[in-house]
Design a binder for this molecule. Structure first.
Ligand code: UDP
Length: 464
């Protein structure tokens, strides 16, 4: 029910980070860490979420915990578990927070009971570990019920929400009906995007804190062109070049490319890397590309659904995309590939995603809704031109025409196709746009902001 994940000390060297953010920002980071330590007064800062691997929050915590360690802050991470019923309910809640009906099931008193019971069992285990001076930072709807159950056990408790909708609708309101009653004892709240804060929580103490990426994780470290080529060859997206195996990362798990032909050499590569999920709209990307873009090769990249049998939905959305690909006229289909990456080894998966993003001439993220969209941040960090829907956290990341390109209506295939076609014709200064994209991430979406904002929230909420 409860697990304490191991984090690698990849972010153990503050000096390495200082080279990226400079001495002034590093000084502010150290001051924030000191402020947190003062407030903790010997206690521990606990981050609590519901998965140790996969998903943006886990990705962040793998970076953040070692960073806190190198700053001398005692921070720890606990992962709460539950049974299938618990995760069916939390998945439903997650979809509704995005304004989507999800599986269409109820969120009534029976679901509330099941949710509360699952978290009560978790809270009993946590009480054995927690100390009165500890501070708890709970992530997302899977842990929200713990506010109520644990606030008397620790010094302070905060809740953080990474998902939401730009415009509330009956689905999102239903999710908030479920969650808001757990909130009164939270000392403060954090939201990734200001628009995600529901009206009824506006009175609480709120900090806006987007997620971040680690410049030193396998997914984001610089890769030399030989390694990039070898990774793409491994995926079937490039010809195997002689000698590359020597310098290539050791790749053991096969990637599955569904394609009639590999991209012709020199052809621009357009990619979207996403879970196979309705809200990521891989099928829409395929439609926009196939009907309107005359240049380049499109690769739709996601986890191999045969390797994630507990997530049947991804299999269904992949099958739909596969069927749409099969239905393309042969000349079009030759310019599109579906790539399934093994999730058996997450480091291997990360290096392949890194290489694919770096090799892409254009990165697409045509989401119908998006919490933040770390794939966008990752691609921007690699100075790629991103064409994305203007939804959720993507709007916080891209300024249209400056550091990326946005389509206002995510359903507008024509507008997506037109932007991709304009890029293909060379109508956009892609080098300048890519450079500005990287600057944006450097400025706003690296982990020092997380530590500084946490210190601010803790400081501003001294009184209970
Ligand atoms: N991702 C991955 N392999 C895949 C597909 C996605 O590692 O085959 C990663 C991607 O690089 C990103 C994360 O999964 O780090 C997805 O985060 P995002 O915020 O974009 O979307 P989410 O899946 O959390 O809705």
């Amino acid at each position: 029910m409860l697990a304490i994940p191991q984090t690698s000390p990849i972010f153990g060297h503050l000096t390495q980070f200082q080279e990226v953010i400079g001495p002034e920002r590093t000084q502010k980071l150290r001051e924030a860490a000191d402020a947190i330590n003062e407030i903790l007064d010997g206690g521990t800062l606990w981050h609590i979420n519901s998965t140790a691997a996969g998903g943006g929050v886990a990705e962040m915590l793998h970076t953040l915990l070692p960073l806190y360690g190198s700053l001398g802050v005692r921070a720890r991470w606990m992962v709460v578990g539950g049974d299938t019923r618990f995760f069916t309910i939390t998945k439903r809640l997650g979809a509704r927070l995005y304004g989507d009906p999800g599986d269409g099931g109820p969120l009534g008193p029976a679901e509330l009971d099941a949710y509360r019971n699952a978290l009560s069992a978790v809270a009993a285990e946590m009480r054995e570990i927690l100390q009165p001076r500890d501070v708890l930072l709970l992530h997302d709807h899977q842990t929200a019920g713990l506010v109520d159950l644990l606030h008397k056990e620790v010094a302070r408790i905060y809740w953080r929400c990474h998902v939401g909708v730009d415009e509330p609708n009956p689905c999102s309101e239903e999710a908030w009906d479920f969650l808001v009653p757990f909130m009164p004892e939270a000392r403060g709240l954090m939201f990734s995007v200001d628009r995600f804060v529901p009206r009824r929580l506006r009175e609480a103490h709120i900090e806006i804190l987007p997620p971040f990426i680690s410049p030193f994780s396998t997914k984001n470290v610089p890769l030399d062109p030989v390694a990039v080529h070898a990774c793409l060859a491994h995926c079937g997206l490039r010809e195997e070049a002689p000698g590359t195996a020597v310098t290539a990362p050791a790749l053991r798990n096969p990637a599955r490319l569904i394609a009639d032909a590999p991209p012709p050499p020199g052809e621009p590569l357009i990619t979207q890397v996403s879970r196979w999920d309705r809200l990521k709209d891989m099928e829409g990307v395929l439609g926009a590309f196939a009907t309107q873009v005359e240049h380049g090769y499109l690769a739709l990249v996601g986890p191999d659904p045969t390797g994630i049998p507990d997530d049947i939905e991804q299999g269904l959305w992949f099958d739909r995309c596969h069927a749409a690909w099969r239905a393309l006229p042969p000349a079009r289909r030759r310019r599109v590939g579906l790539l399934c990456l093994s999730m058996a080894d997450l480091e291997e998966n990360a290096v392949l995603v890194n290489a694919i993003q770096r090799a892409s001439d254009v990165v697409v993220q045509k989401s119908l809704a998006e919490g933040f969209g770390l794939t966008v941040t990752e691609a921007m960090w690699k100075s790629r031109v991103v064409v994305a829907s203007a939804v959720g956290g993507i709007r916080e990341q891209i300024t249209h025409g400056h550091d990326g390109l946005l389509v206002n209506d995510p359903q507008d295939l024509h507008a997506f196709g037109a932007l991709l076609a304009a890029l293909g014709r060379g109508d956009v200064d892609t080098d300048g746009m890519g450079a500005r994209a990287r600057q944006k991430v450097l400025r706003d979406f690296l982990p020092d902001r997380e530590v500084i904002t946490t210190a601010r929230l803790l400081n501003a909420t001294v009184e209970g």
